[in-house]
Unconditional design. Structure first.
Lengths: 432, 266
C-alpha cells in the first residue's frame, strides 16, 4: 500500500468570508486577482510546504501536488516550483505530481527538463503524472480545447522519448516541432520516472492508462462508480493480455482525523467552506456554463460513470442547473468524507479499501477553510495511529502498491525495492 | 423564415471530396452566401428578397450543419484553400460572394488567394482583422444564446431575432450550435478570429469590387475593424448602419438589401 497526502492549497483569506461558501460566491474565471494579498500568499505557500515536511515525518509515502490556473482554490499554478522545493527539503517521500497539464504547454521540452531536474535533486523520488486539465486551464493558457487529447498523447510520447532516447533528435509532429532535442539533464530513475494518471471523467484517458499500464488514480469520486471505473481498467487490461491489480489503481478522498469527534466535525465541515472549488462537493461555487461547453474538450459521449458525480468543471451535463452539490452529511454517509478520531476513522477507511481495493491511496486534508492547526493535528494523528493501522489492513487485504508490484507486469519487485525506485517501475511499459 | 411556399431546397452536393450540405433558392446569377460562426441561420427575409434577382447557394462549411468535418483543416486559410476547389467543382467561378462574420473572413481569405474567382464581394461584419480599437467578442467564453444576443443592438426591434435565437431552443438547434461552435473553435481559437497578415494580403483585391457593411454598434467585431478592411482593399466601399449590431441583414434588413442590391447591380 502506497499512502499519500494531498491538499489543493486553496488561497484562503483569513479575513474569512471574502469569498467562497462563507462569503461572496465564486464563478470559475470570474474572480479578479485584484484582491490578491501578497503577504497572505507568501504565508500560505510556506504553510503548505511546512505541512508537506511534517507529512513526511509522519510517515506518508507520497506528497501529492496538483495544478490549476487562474483560480483561488488551488495555488499550484507552477506546481513544479513547489515540487522542486520539496525535492530539496524532504528526504524520503515520493513527490507525486498529479498532474502536469501537459496539453496546455506549447513547449513540453521545458517539462522534460523541469521534471528531470526534480528527479535529480530528489535523487529519484519523482512520480510524474499527467492530466488533461479542465476548460479553465485551456482558457487560462489559451490552448486549443479541441486538440486537448491529441496534444496530450503527442506530448506524452515526446516527453518519454526525450527522457529515454539519447539525443539529439528531431521531432516533427502534428502539434509539436523541435529541431534539436537534447536536454542536458536526464532523469535519475531509469528509464524514467513513473507516470501516473489521475482522473474523474474521461473514459478515453482511463482506457489509455490501462493500455499504457499506467496506474490510474480516481479523484474524490463516489465509491460505487469508482469501483465500476476500475473494473473498466481491469477489463481493458485483461483484453490486452495482462492482469492488473491494486498496484494499477489509486483513490484519493477526503480524510480528516482529530483529537475528539467534536473537533473532527468542526474541522470536517470546513471542507465545504473556504474558496469555492468545483472539485469539493458541497462547495463547488457557481458553474460557468460557457466553460462547461468549451468546444471539443471532452468527447460528449465518452465519459465515465463517475462523471456525473465528480465535477462540473469539465464538459457534459451536470444535471439540472449544473448543480452537483452534496451536503456535508451526505458525504459523511457515503464515505467521500471520512472524519473523526482514529478510532472511528480506521474502520471506515477499511470499508473503502475493501470496496475499491486500491494499491495507492491519498488522504485529502487541510483543504477548504481548514487552518494550519487543523491540518497539523490531523497529520500527527495520522502518523501516530492511522497510517500504521492502514498498513496492517492493506497487508491483510493483500493490496500491494505500485512500488511493491510492478503495474506494467503484475510481478512483485524482487527483494526490497531500493530507494530510489527500481528501474522498471515505469508507467509506459505497454511494450514491455 | 420561409413564408408560404418554400422558396428554397436543400441537398447534398459533391465538391472537393466532400458531401456538402447546400441550401439553394432563387433565380438569376449565382450568389454564394457564406454563413458565420454558428452556421446557416435559416432562410430569412433578406434571402427571400435577394432570391428574386439571384440564385442563392448557401453551403454549410465542412464541420458545420450536416457537412462532415475535415480533420486536416486546422485554420481559416486551410478552409479557404479547400473552398476554392469546391467552387471550381460546383461551377461557381465568376459568382458573386457574400460572407457574414466568420464567413466574411473566409470570403476575404479566398479572395486574397484567388481574386479572379469572384465577380463581386460583399463582406458583412467580417471577422479576420484585429480591431485597432476594442476586441472581438469571445464567443467561447459565452454560451450560444448570450453570443447571439450580443450580436444585436436591439433584439426587441429585430423581428427575426426570435427566428435565429428562439426562447425555447430545440435539442436539434442546441446540437447544431454545439457542432458549429466546435468547428468555429478549430478555425479561430488562436489568434482569436483574426489573421495578422490579412490586411496586407487584402491589397490583392484591387480589381475585385468589394462592398463592406457594418453595424455602428457591433459588439462582436468592433466597427473599428471596418476601417482597416476599407483601407486595405483599394477601391472598396464601406457602409455603416447606425443603431445596428453584428447582424445588419436582420436588424436593418431594408437598408441592407438596398446596399447589397445597388452594389451588385451597379
Amino acid at each position: 500500500m502506497f499512502i499519500g497526502y494531498f491538499t489543493e492549497r486553496p488561497y484562503q483569506d483569513p479575513k474569512s468570508g471574502y469569498f467562497g461558501a462563507t462569503g461572496k460566491p465564486i464563478m470559475d474565471l470570474d474572480v479578479s486577482n485584484d484582491i490578491y494579498d501578497a503577504q497572505l500568499g507568501a504565508n500560505l505557500y510556506n504553510r503548505y510546504l511546512d505541512e508537506k515536511i511534517y507529512a513526511e515525518e509522519m510517515g506518508f509515502d507520497g506528497l501529492m501536488l496538483n495544478e490549476h490556473h487562474s483560480t483561488p482554490f488551488c495555488m499550484g499554478g507552477a506546481m513544479n516550483v513547489e515540487a522542486s522545493i520539496l525535492a530539496r527539503i524532504t528526504q524520503r517521500a515520493k513527490i507525486v505530481l498529479l498532474g502536469n497539464i501537459i496539453p496546455i504547454w506549447d513547449d513540453p521540452l521545458w517539462l522534460v527538463e523541469q521534471l528531470a531536474m526534480i528527479d535529480m535533486i530528489s535523487r529519484g523520488r519523482l512520480v510524474s503524472g499527467w492530466v488533461r486539465g479542465t476548460g479553465r486551464e485551456s482558457v487560462a493558457h489559451n490552448v486549443e480545447p479541441h486538440y486537448n487529447w491529441e496534444r496530450f498523447k503527442e506530448a506524452h510520447e515526446l516527453i518519454v522519448k526525450a527522457w529515454t532516447t539519447p539525443g539529439p533528435f528531431r521531432w516533427e509532429g502534428k502539434h509539436y516541432h523541435f529541431r534539436h532535442v537534447n536536454p542536458w539533464v536526464r532523469p535519475y530513475q531509469k528509464p524514467h520516472p513513473p507516470i501516473w494518471l489521475p482522473g474523474v471523467v474521461s473514459r478515453d484517458s482511463l482506457m489509455w492508462a490501462a493500455e499504457q499500464r499506467i496506474p490510474y488514480i480516481m479523484l474524490a469520486t463516489e465509491m460505487e462508480p469508482t469501483k465500476q471505473a476500475f473494473q473498466l481498467y481491469h477489463d481493458t487490461a485483461a483484453d490486452l493480455g495482462y492482469e492488473s491489480g491494486p498496484q494499477n489503481i489509486g483513490y484519493l478522498w477526503k480524510v480528516h482525523v482529530d483529537e475528539t469527534e467534536e473537533l473532527a466535525e468542526q474541522a470536517g465541515r470546513k471542507y465545504v467552506q473556504g474558496p469555492s472549488n468545483p472539485f469539493l462537493a458541497g462547495n463547488e461555487g457557481t458553474t460557468n456554463q460557457a466553460l462547461l461547453q468549451l468546444p471539443g474538450l471532452t468527447s460528449r459521449r465518452r465519459v465515465l460513470p463517475t462523471q456525473s458525480v465528480a465535477t462540473a468543471a469539465r464538459g457534459g451535463s451536470a444535471g439540472p442547473g449544473g448543480v452537483l452539490s452534496r451536503p456535508y452529511e451526505q458525504q459523511i454517509e457515503d464515505y467521500t468524507i471520512i472524519c473523526g478520531t482514529p478510532k472511528t476513522v480506521i474502520p471506515k477507511i477499511r470499508h473503502v479499501l475493501e470496496t475499491i481495493r486500491p494499491g495507492s491511496i491519498f488522504f485529502w486534508d487541510g483543504d477548504g477553510a481548514m487552518t494550519h492547526d487543523d491540518a497539523m493535528r490531523s497529520l500527527r494523528l495520522m502518523g501516530q495511529e492511522v497510517i500504521p493501522a492502514v498498513r496492517e489492513i492493506a497487508a491483510e487485504l493483500d493490496l500491494p502498491g505500485p512500488f511493491e508490484v510492478d503495474p506494467a507486469t503484475g510481478q512483485p519487485y524482487v527483494a526490497d525495492p531500493p530507494s530510489p525506485v527500481p528501474a522498471g517501475a515505469v508507467g509506459d511499459g505497454g511494450d514491455s | 423564415m420561409a413564408t408560404g411556399a418554400q422558396a428554397w431546397t436543400e441537398e447534398f452536393v459533391e465538391a472537393a471530396g466532400v458531401s456538402l450540405q447546400m441550401v439553394k433558392g432563387g433565380s438569376g446569377a449565382p450568389l454564394l452566401v457564406l454563413h458565420g460562426e454558428l452556421g446557416h441561420q435559416g432562410w430569412l427575409r433578406c434571402h427571400d428578397s435577394l432570391a428574386q434577382d439571384y440564385t442563392l447557394h448557401i453551403p454549410s462549411h465542412p464541420g458545420f450543419g450536416a457537412t462532415e468535418r475535415q480533420e486536416w483543416i486546422m485554420n481559416m486559410r486551410d478552409l479557404a484553400g479547400w473552398y476554392l476547389e469546391a467552387i471550381d467543382d460546383l461551377g461557381l467561378q465568376g459568382a458573386n460572394i457574400m460572407g457574414f462574420s466568420l464567413g466574411g473572413w473566409l470570403a476575404a481569405e479566398m479572395a486574397t488567394m484567388s481574386p479572379d474567382t469572384f465577380n463581386k464581394l460583399v463582406l458583412v461584419s467580417p471577422a479576420g482583422i484585429r480591431p485597432p480599437e476594442g476586441e472581438i467578442y469571445d464567443m467561447f467564453l459565452a454560451v450560444a444564446k448570450e453570443f447571439l444576443t450580443a450580436g444585436f443592438y436591439d433584439t426587441a426591434s429585430a423581428p427575426e431575432f426570435l427566428d435565429v435565437c428562439p426562447d425555447e431552443v430545440s435539442p436539434e438547434l442546441a446540437e447544431a450550435w454545439d457542432i458549429a461552435r466546435e468547428e468555429a473553435c478549430r478555425l479561430s481559437w488562436r489568434p482569436y478570429m483574426h489573421y495578422l497578415a490579412l490586411p496586407n494580403l487584402l491589397h490583392r483585391l484591387k480589381r475585385l469590387p468589394t462592398q463592406i457593411i457594418w453595424g455602428r454598434n457591433d459588439e462582436i467585431v468592433p466597427v473599428s475593424a471596418s476601417q482597416v478592411f476599407n483601407d486595405s482593399i483599394p477601391g472598396s466601399r464601406l457602409t455603416i448602419f447606425d443603431n445596428c449590431g453584428h447582424n445588419p441583414h436582420i436588424e436593418k434588413t431594408d437598408e441592407f438589401l438596398t446596399t447589397v442590391k445597388t452594389f451588385l447591380s451597379s
